[in-house]
Design a protein around this ligand. Structure first.
Ligand code: ZN
Length: 290
């Protein structure tokens, strides 16, 4: 099934919710970065959260999520925007840990709990918005929950999941964010909390074949789907043109020594692993532009 995202509301607008299926997105991240199952899960959970946070933005707004927990995966970086474009990478795609005590991929062990989760939003203002919270769990869903509560003052429930198949490809992936807005009664809040505490893991529901609509219906009374989007996808922003500008910014001396010592150059985009090759002639042409 094609990846998609739902934006929904419930209880007369006092609850807003997002749910997402990210199987294709996470599989593309996995195949581009050749991540181990643990790294796939960590990157995929972060990308699923970032994609939903991107859907909270408008127009040209975009955001970057950075997770630096001090664990062996290094940093996790994901960019997402209001148009559904998502890209990301991890510092160490080869991180491989034994399953944790409950027999699951040890995402917390890979991420670590000695560090911060950072969110930077470019909202078209002079200064970007930035918020950060200490990583409390490393499993990521709890960390995003804490981020929404602390940095955005919005009590939220976040579920994120990636199920990796025996051949290491992505079997299913997705998540939801339920946000409690002002005006809810204590009874309404406790009913939602009750539902949240009973719902099985998101990957269990998706693997069973449940769709996002039915998951949101299980979670929230009188849920109303406001929007269904199928434009959430992997999309990098790099291009030959941008890479050339980066090369030019190195300056004449650096380019001349590259030409002299290597005779060529190769630049790799962190986000998509695309390789950009520069022959000796390409380098000479860049130098002429300086
Ligand atoms: Zn790229």
């Amino acid at each position: 099934m094609q990846d998609y995202l739902l934006r929904a509301t419930a209880l007369n607008g006092k609850v807003r919710a997002f749910a997402i299926l990210t199987k294709q997105l996470v599989e593309e991240l996995r195949s581009r970065h050749q991540t181990t199952p643990t790294a796939t899960a960590a990157l995929g959970r972060t990308a699923s959260a970032a994609a939903m946070m991107g859907a909270m933005l408008k127009g040209d707004e975009r955001l970057t999520v950075q997770v630096k927990g001090g664990g062996p995966i290094g940093q996790i970086v994901v960019d997402a925007d209001a148009r559904g474009e998502v890209r990301g990478y991890v510092g160490n795609p080869d991180v491989d840990l034994p399953l944790n005590a409950v027999g699951k991929l040890d995402v917390a062990g890979a991420v670590g709990t000695d560090g911060f989760l950072y969110v930077t939003k470019d909202l078209g203002l002079k200064e970007p918005y930035s918020g950060s919270i200490p990583i409390i769990s490393g499993e990521l869903a709890e960390d995003f929950t804490y981020y929404f509560a602390k940095s955005e003052q919005t009590p939220s429930a976040v579920a994120l999941g990636v199920l990796v198949d025996v051949d290491y490809t992505v079997k299913t992936a997705g998540g939801f964010i339920v946000q409690l807005l002002p005006g809810l009664t204590d009874k309404e809040i406790s009913e939602i909390e009750q539902q949240l505490s009973q719902i099985p893991p998101i990957t269990t529901l998706l693997e069973r074949g449940e769709d996002l609509e039915s998951i949101l219906k299980t979670l929230l009374p009188d849920v109303q789907i406001l929007e269904r989007r199928e434009d959430v996808r992997f999309q990098c922003k790099c291009s030959r043109d941008r890479v050339e500008r980066t090369m030019i910014s190195l300056g004449r001396a650096e380019l001349e020594s590259l030409l002299e010592e290597e005779g060529r150059a190769e630049l790799v985009c962190h986000f998509c692993n695309e390789k950009y090759q520069f022959t000796g002639d390409d380098l000479r042409e860049l130098i002429q532009q300086l």
